[in-house]
Design a protein around this ligand. Structure first.
Ligand code: SAM
Length: 345
């Protein structure tokens, strides 16, 4: 993957129309990190201790966030996903969701969460306008959960999942990262558990975005291995690619259906060519890719009184320099300075 095409930057970014890059991809899916703090410490994401938190003064306020999201919606973004860190730790979350749901056109609103604390707030989030949640759960074995997240919070996650379902935040999707030597052997147990409860499970290959920089290609539990392990217990039938729309998960019927399981091969079969994502960090930086080594500052112009058109120009410029794909595994790959928790997964 060393010879990826470079952006064609000789022409300036467009000043109107959709939020495009030089490869013709259009960004419609905005991932907004509401905080870099989290209530778990997953080994593939955060260090056990000593994470340098973003200074509070750099975090966008609720008003600033909603204003920037409105600018993105004006640029054609039609889905806003709140993430982090842990979005449930953001004190103003419900109010932010209400204000984003009041934008016109109204974007679809989703949340990616650990689900710790979700049981208390799920109905309020639904009432405020959250359409869907993705809950991160890598194992239903309590010891594995503790080893992976460094917290003994599996019961709280289970409560959060059922609260999401009861509140109508459906379909409830579960995201799982497979980690060698921790949960790789219990992947079929997690699938059986999700199928029994009607949760849609998707496995994601672990990406080099951990704060400890411990990722290695050799330790990767690949799409192929995930399917092999699931195949030892279930009959998986691949669904046609058209059934997944712009979503990156390859979908399989489990034992003839109707339940499905997804696999997102972010590393071994990247979906960069179809990427429609753009990211806003909690401290107001726009990123065109998880693996980008650069970002564009929106916070400074925002606080210096920039107009919506000026903010839009910064966003368009950031998208215009988006590379064709990530270089994971190549000699020139450089892991971004920010870990997943500080970017917004
Ligand atoms: N705290 C929330 C949560 O856990 O869902 C939202 C933020 S978390 C960074 C978002 C997602 O990123 C989670 O599903 C997590 O599993 C995933 N993630 C974090 N680090 C990852 C990595 N190195 N590779 C793949 N996925 C990762």
């Amino acid at each position: 993957m060393t010879d990826l095409p470079m952006p064609r930057l000789r022409t300036p970014a467009p000043t109107s129309g959709a939020l495009v890059d030089t490869f013709g991809r259009v960004a419609r899916d905005l991932r907004v990190s509401l905080t870099d703090r989290c209530n778990l410490r997953c080994t593939y994401c955060m260090p056990e201790a000593g994470m340098p938190w973003l200074p509070k003064s750099t975090l966008l306020t609720d008003d600033e966030l909603v204003r920037v999201i409105a600018v993105f919606v004006g640029l054609g973004v039609d889905q806003v996903r709140f993430t982090g860190g842990e979005p449930l730790l953001r004190p103003g979350l419900v109010g932010i969701v209400e204000r984003v749901a009041a934008l016109s056109p109204r974007p679809r609103i989703a949340l990616t969460t650990t689900a710790v604390g979700l049981s208390r707030i799920a109905p309020a989030l639904k009432a405020a306008g959250v359409d869907r949640v993705n809950i991160s759960l890598d194992t239903i074995d309590r010891d594995e959960f503790r080893a992976l997240t460094r917290r003994d919070r599996l019961p709280a996650v289970e409560d959060g999942l059922s609260a999401a379902r009861d509140a109508g935040l459906t379909p409830v999707k579960v995201n799982a990262v497979a980690m060698r030597g921790i949960n790789d052997r219990s992947l079929p147990d997690l699938l059986a558990w999700c199928v029994a409860r009607g949760y849609e499970l998707r496995f994601i290959e672990q990406m080099p975005l951990d704060a400890d920089h411990a990722w290695t290609a050799e330790a990767l539990v690949s799409r192929e291995e995930i399917l092999e392990r699931l195949g030892s217990r279930f009959t998986l039938t691949a669904l046609p690619a058209s059934s997944r729309g712009s979503a990156p998960a390859e979908l399989f019927l489990v034992d003839g259906g109707p339940s499905t399981v997804g696999v997102i091969a972010s590393v071994s079969a990247p979906f960069c060519a179809d990427c429609d994502r753009v990211r806003l960090t909690a401290d107001g930086q726009v990123r065109n890719c998880l693996f980008s080594e650069v970002e564009s500052d929106l916070r400074t112009p925002l606080r210096e009184g920039a107009s919506d058109a000026e903010l839009a120009a910064v966003i368009r410029g950031e998208m215009w320099r988006k590379l064709s794909g990530h270089h994971i595994g190549a000699d020139d790959f450089h892991q971004p300075d920010r870990s997943m928790s500080a970017i917004g997964g």
